[in-house]
Design a protein around this ligand. Structure first.
Ligand SMILES: [Zn+2]
Length: 282
């Protein structure tokens, strides 16, 4: 609840009921209060009986179930891609997206590289569990450290200002206010307000899907689902994707279609396994 309190968007559905179905609404309250009857929450059980019912690696509490249990890696990828697409739509509406999930240098593959107001921004989405504010801060620092080498890479190619922007949304739908500093540059106030709510509701929906699948073994999303179904009544901007094949400002004027798959990285512990061809290298 510490992270949830950061932004009113994290609880937008309480008063408006928008973008969040009743099942998700019921799920998120219990989840945020840690009231689910998972194995490790049954204090009278033996230690062996508290382990995860699917993988047996950790005590079965909500954070490992949603963010770590390997049986849900497919859902993490789709979940991450859903949040990335929301943010990509916001950036590409007015600004230039240079690459999406492409290897840049040294094997680093940020989710999004965009030119905004003549500056270069490296965006990466991460969805940590809401273990209080330090969890968000650590997730942000990890992303900045991970992509720090790219700053010099792009500066050597003519960009004067390069910034790394982690986009952080908690697994249970806590919106990190630090996201807003960058998103205000690319989105209007009203659209940013909508974007926050959509990301929050997306996260709650994916968390519930994973939780229910964990208990029942029944997959809650379609086999070919790339992102959650569009929420009825919400029309987002189309994603124009003028991806450049070079990092220099001059060549970024060229446009070409970026058809690379979106990132497979969902949480800090998962990594892409099959990178696409390198396109940013010297
Ligand atoms: Zn497990």
């Amino acid at each position: 609840m510490d992270c949830v309190a950061l932004s009113p968007a994290s609880t937008h559905f309480l008063t408006e009921g928008k973008f969040t179905c009743f099942a998700d609404w019921c799920f998120v309250h219990k989840a945020r209060l840690n009231l689910f009857p998972l194995n490790a929450n049954k204090i009278w059980k033996d230690p062996q009986e508290k382990l995860c019912r699917r993988c047996g690696r950790w005590d079965e509490t909500l954070p490992p179930v949603i963010n770590h249990c390997p049986m849900h890696s497919d859902a993490w990828q789709k979940w991450h891609n859903a949040i990335l697409k929301r943010n990509q739509a916001a950036v590409s509406f007015k600004e230039k997206v240079l690459s999406v999930n492409q290897v840049v240098d040294g094997g680093l593959r940020p989710d999004l590289v965009a030119e905004v107001g003549g500056e270069l921004f490296i965006l990466d989405v991460t969805i940590p569990f809401e273990n209080r504010r330090p969890a968000f801060n650590q997730a942000r620092l990890r992303k900045v450290e991970k992509y720090r080498p790219l700053i010099n890479f792009f500066k050597a190619r003519g960009w004067n200002k390069v910034q790394i922007i982690p986009i952080i949304v908690g697994s249970l739908g806590a919106w990190d206010l630090e996201n807003d500093g960058f998103l205000r540059k690319v989105a209007t106030k009203s659209y940013l307000n909508l974007l926050r709510k959509l990301c929050v509701s997306d996260c709650i929906r994916w968390s519930r899907d994973i939780y229910i699948q964990h208990l029942t073994g029944v997959q809650q999303y379609g086999r070919n689902t790339v992102e959650p179904a569009q929420i009825i009544g919400v029309q987002e901007q189309s994603i124009e994707n003028p991806a450049s094949q070079d990092g220099s400002p001059a060549s970024s004027k060229k446009s070409s279609v970026c058809s690379e798959p979106l990132s497979e990285d969902c949480s800090p512990q998962s990594m892409p396994t099959l990178p696409p061809p390198k396109v940013w290298g010297p």
